[in-house]
Design a binder for this molecule. Structure first.
Ligand SMILES: Nc1ncnc2c1ncn2[C@@H]1O[C@H](COP(=O)(O)OP(=O)(O)O)[C@@H](O)[C@H]1O
Ligand SMILES: [Mg+2]
Length: 245
């Protein structure tokens, strides 16, 4: 079933169209990867879907419901979408455990003990139990990202968004992101990931969506996109460091 469905989504900033009619579908259980050059609108796309940004026109359905109108319950929408931001967006003055329990307590109204039990379950599954009382400044980039993911998963979202999950990490840590996302696949978590990292895309998705000049230009395997006969922009993007064959 389609969990997210975008039809002809347009977003203009000062008349300049960044998204110029995007069509995209994310099904339940998908690990959907959207790639495209820097500035092509990947972050804008994610932010339109959770309404951090107002799309200019077009339709966005989430769990079958239109979410672009004025009467949308934004809090409910955002609770359905776990967002792992590029810079992780952890609270520096809160411990790892408190970063994960905060939304459970404030938004879900969970009691402390209940929130902590839920948080510890997620921290444990992501291998972070030992870091529960540390502060963001005391842990590595890869661990910060896993805390951000634990925080998202604790809210039991219908989908997790990743915005450039490898861009703030060193190359070694970047490789762990692929296995982390593949763990989510095993647990049937739906993921929408935007990235320009070909190595990551290759490890987590058989097919990728290519977003360029405001529209979805192709959806195919990276190998086929890198051999694209008709469109040099597609070919060149996927050949940068793409597969040898
Ligand atoms: N709030 C904003 N106001 C004006 N322009 C913006 C805003 N957010 C993004 N843009 C512009 O929209 C384009 C797409 O940005 P973005 O979605 O961040 O691209 P990507 O994530 O693919 O690198 C860029 O040219 C950027 O400068
Ligand atoms: Mg971006």
């Amino acid at each position: 079933m389609a969990l997210i469905e975008l039809q002809e989504v347009v977003k203009r900033f000062d008349e300049r169209p960044v998204l110029a009619g995007v069509n995209l579908q994310v099904d339940e259980g998908d690990i959907k990867v959207v790639m495209g050059p820097s500035g092509c609108g990947k972050s804008t796309l994610l932010r339109c879907i959770n309404r951090l940004i107002e799309p200019t026109s077009g339709s966005i359905r989430f769990r079958g419901q239109e979410i672009t109108g004025p009467d949308v319950d934004l809090q409910a929408l955002r609770q359905g979408i776990g967002f792992v931001f590029q810079q992780f967006a952890l609270y520096r003055h809160l411990s790892v455990l408190d970063n994960v329990t905060l939304a459970l307590r404030k938004l879900r109204g969970c009691k402390r003990a209940q929130a902590e039990a839920r948080a510890l379950h997620e921290l444990d599954r992501l291998g972070l139990s030992a870091q529960r009382d540390q502060f963001p400044a005391q842990i590595s980039g890869g661990q910060k990202q896993r805390v951000a993911l634990a925080r998202a998963l604790a809210m039991d979202p219908a989908v997790v968004f990743f915005d450039e999950p490898t861009s703030a990490l060193d190359p070694l840590m970047s490789r762990e992101v692929a296995s982390l996302i593949n763990t989510l696949r095993r647990d049937k978590v739906t993921v929408l990931c935007v990235t320009h990292d070909l190595a990551l895309a290759q490890e987590i998705a058989e097919r990728v969506v290519f977003l360029d000049q405001g529209v979805v230009r192709a959806e195919d395997s990276i190998a086929r996109l890198s051999r694209h006969d008709d469109d040099a922009r597609i070919r060149d993007f996927f050949r940068r460091e793409g597969p040898a064959s």
